[in-house]
Design a protein around this ligand. Structure first.
Ligand SMILES: Nc1ncnc2c1ncn2[C@@H]1O[C@H](COP(=O)(O)OP(=O)(O)OP(=O)(O)O)[C@@H](O)[C@H]1O
Ligand SMILES: [Mg+2]
Length: 253
């Protein structure tokens, strides 16, 4: 089982879109995949499921240590299961504050009896460095850092990398940055190129870049992924290439 956190404390950089497509795409390749929605906005959840009751959601894992295997629900993609989110997840930070095992709930909730776990766990993090993102980093073997090709996107990458370094030392020796992913990229604008270089100095960057495309919003409105909405679209191909890079990166260890 490989667990991958999709994290960046900045809002609107493409975390959810990356998580949903990585999970759906891996599952379409036959890998048993669990998508964990850690954002109270529930964007991943609404893409794959109706809204759950609070007791059927990831909230319950944090509240009562119910394991993920008892909460994950089926989706229309037979290899993809979803651990859905609810609005009340926003309260979990307060509920867990002061709990000694507060950082470990997700890691513990993702334990499976031998051979019964999914092949991949993809975690969609909220846009902050609170307890939910920290739970994801503590539970993760790998992290992907989506980065918007805009001039404000460099702020905060350092903070994110420092946070991962702390997690690596304090909680989990194995957390590896699989790469930064340039999202909503436009080869023709100077800004996209100007952002890429300083990012490359800080962290490995995936060769695959995700272009800006209206198809992303269109698919989202239809509650479909691009694999469903535009199977032969250019951006769908970019997600395929990303998945291959992720698989290669994990194989290399
Ligand atoms: N490649 C793309 N082209 C055009 N629009 C995109 C692309 N990727 C994402 N978007 C849109 O940009 C917005 C932000 O994307 P997304 O929700 O994936 O970011 P996020 O980092 O999860 O945001 P938040 O921090 O609020 O959780 C969404 O409306 C999404 O549909
Ligand atoms: Mg999101």
């Amino acid at each position: 089982m490989a667990t991958i956190a999709i994290a960046n404390q900045k809002g609107g950089v493409g975390k959810t879109t990356t998580a949903a497509h990585l999970a759906d795409g891996l599952a379409r390749r036959g890998h048993r995949t669990l998508l964990v929605d850690l954002d109270a906005q529930g964007n991943c959840t609404s893409l794959f499921s109706d809204p759950p009751a609070r007791e059927e959601s990831v909230h319950e894992l944090f509240r009562s240590s119910t394991p993920a295997r008892d909460l994950a629900r089926k989706t229309r993609n037979e290899n993809l299961t979803l651990l859905p989110s609810v609005l009340e997840l926003a309260e979990i930070e307060t509920l867990l504050a002061g709990n000694v095992d507060g950082f470990f709930r997700l890691r513990e909730g993702l334990q499976y009896p031998d051979g019964q776990g999914p092949d991949f766990v993809i975690m969609d993090c909220p846009p902050n460095l609170g307890l939910l993102t920290l739970n994801a980093l503590v539970a993760a073997h790998y992290c992907i850092l989506p980065i918007l090709a805009s001039r404000f996107s460099l702020d905060g990458i350092r903070t994110m990398l420092d946070t991962m370094e702390t997690v690596r030392h304090r909680f989990h020796q194995d957390l590896k940055v699989l790469g930064a992913l340039m999202t909503m990229f436009n080869d023709r604008t100077a800004i996209s190129g100007a952002v890429l270089e300083p990012v490359e100095e800080m962290v490995p960057v995936f060769e695959t870049r995700i272009s800006r495309s209206v198809q992303v919003e269109e698919a989202h409105l239809m509650r479909q992924t691009l694999f469903e909405y535009a199977p032969s679209g250019k951006i769908t191909g970019q997600y395929e290439a990303l998945i291959q890079e992720v698989l290669n990166g994990i194989e290399k260890g």
